[in-house]
Design a protein around this ligand. Structure first.
Ligand code: ADE
Ligand code: ZN
Length: 319
C-alpha cells in the first residue's frame, strides 16, 4: 500500500501521456510534430527548463475541447489515486490555451467535470490553482485573472510558472495583490532555475504561502532560517529536478539536507508524463536513491497534508 499523500505541485498539462496526446490529436484532427509515441518519448531528453517547456507547449496543441480537459484530468486522477494520492492541488495554464483560441470555459468546465466527481470515483479530493506564465506580460496575467472571474468559485488559488530566469516575482506584484483581494491563495515557482533571491521576493512581494520548488534556497542560509522559522512549505519535485538538470543525479539532490535543516518539504511530480513518474514514483525514488527512511517518508506525507489548502475555502473567504 503506498503512503497516503497530497500532491501540491502538479501541472495538469504535464500529465499528458504520449498515448493520450496521439489519441487526442486524432480525435481533433491535429498533427503532432512526431510520427509515433516512441518518437515523442525520445524527444523527452531535456537540457534545461526551456527545452522542456518547448515540448510541453507544443504537445498542448492537441487539447481543444472541454472533453479533452476532462479526459486529461480523469486520467491523472486515476493514476495518482493508484499511487496513494488522496488530495491533489492541480495547476493549469490558461494563457497557453487562450493563445490557441481555446476558451477559459472549455478549460475550467472540462477540468471541473473530472475534479467534481473525483472524490467519488477516485477517492481524491481536489483544488484548482490557476498559474500565470511568467514569460508573458504582467498585463496578460491581469487580463487572465479578469477572464477567470466567472469561475472563481472553482479556483482556490493562483501560481506562477514557465521560464523563470529574467522574470522575477516582482513583475507580478499587482496581479498577486488583486488575487489576494479576491480571496485567492497564493503560490509561485521560485528557486527552480532562478536564484534564491527570487524565493525571498516571492515571499516579500507576492505574499506566497508556499514556494514551488524553492530548491536554490539552499544557497542562502538566512533564507533557509527564515523558511524554517515561518514554516513556509516547499513543493519539491525530485525527478523533475534531475530531468531538467537542476541537479546532476538524484543521489545529489539536497532533499535530505533540506529535511535535516528543518524545512517543511513535500515531494511531488510536477509534470509526470515528461519526467518519468507520478507522486508515488517520486516517493519511491527518494527512498531508494536518497536513502530516506520510513520516518522521513511519513514526515513528507504529513507535510503534504499540512501544507495543503484543504481547510474549508468557503469559510476562509467569508472571514
Ligand atoms: N510549467 C510546467 N512545469 C514547470 C516547471 N517545472 N517549472 C516552470 N514552469 C513549468
Ligand atoms: Zn512546476
Amino acid at each position: 500500500m503506498p503512503i497516503p499523500k497530497a500532491e501540491l505541485h502538479l501541472h495538469i498539462e504535464g500529465t499528458l501521456e504520449p498515448e493520450l496526446a496521439f489519441a487526442l490529436a486524432e480525435r481533433n484532427g491535429v498533427t503532432l510534430p512526431y510520427a509515433s509515441v516512441d518518437e515523442l518519448r525520445a524527444a523527452q531528453a531535456f537540457d534545461d527548463l526551456q527545452s522542456f517547456l518547448d515540448l510541453y507547449y507544443a504537445c498542448m496543441a492537441v487539447l481543444r475541447t472541454e472533453r479533452d480537459f476532462e479526459d486529461l484530468a480523469d486520467a491523472y486522477l486515476r493514476r495518482a489515486a493508484a499511487q496513494g494520492v488522496r488530495h491533489a492541488e492541480i495547476f493549469f495554464d490558461p494563457q497557453a490555451h487562450l493563445s490557441r483560441g481555446v476558451g477559459m470555459d472549455a478549460v475550467v468546465d472540462g477540468l471541473w467535470r473530472a475534479l467534481s466527481r473525483s472524490e467519488e470515483t477516485h477517492g481524491v479530493s481536489t483544488r484548482l490553482i490557476m498559474c500565470f506564465l511568467r514569460d508573458e506580460s504582467a498585463g496578460s496575467a491581469m487580463e487572465t485573472l479578469e477572464l477567470a472571474r466567472p469561475y472563481l468559485d472553482r479556483i482556490t488559488g493562483i501560481g506562477l510558472d514557465s521560464a523563470e530566469v529574467g522574470h522575477p516575482p516582482a513583475k507580478f506584484r499587482e496581479v498577486y495583490e488583486a488575487a489576494a483581494a479576491l480571496g485567492l491563495r497564493r503560490v509561485a515557482h521560485a528557486g527552480e532555475e532562478g536564484p534564491a533571491a527570487y524565493v525571498t521576493e516571492a515571499l516579500d512581494v507576492l505574499g506566497v504561502e508556499r514556494v514551488d520548488h524553492g530548491l536554490r534556497c539552499m544557497e542562502d542560509p538566512e533564507l533557509v532560517e527564515r523558511l524554517v522559522r515561518e514554516r513556509i512549505p516547499l513543493t519539491l519535485c525530485p525527478l523533475s529536478n534531475v530531468r531538467l538538470r537542476a541537479v546532476d543525479v538524484l543521489e545529489e539532490h539536497p532533499l535530505p539536507a533540506m529535511l535535516e535543516a528543518g524545512l517543511v518539504c513535500t515531494v511531488n511530480s510536477d509534470d509526470p508524463a515528461y519526467f518519468g513518474g507520478y507522486a508515488g514514483d517520486n516517493f519511491d525514488a527518494v527512498r531508494d536513491r536518497l536513502g530516506l527512511g520510513e520516518d522521513r517518508l511519513r514526515e513528507l506525507a504529513r507535510n503534504s497534508f499540512l501544507a495543503s489548502f484543504l481547510e474549508d475555502d468557503e469559510e476562509r473567504r467569508a472571514r
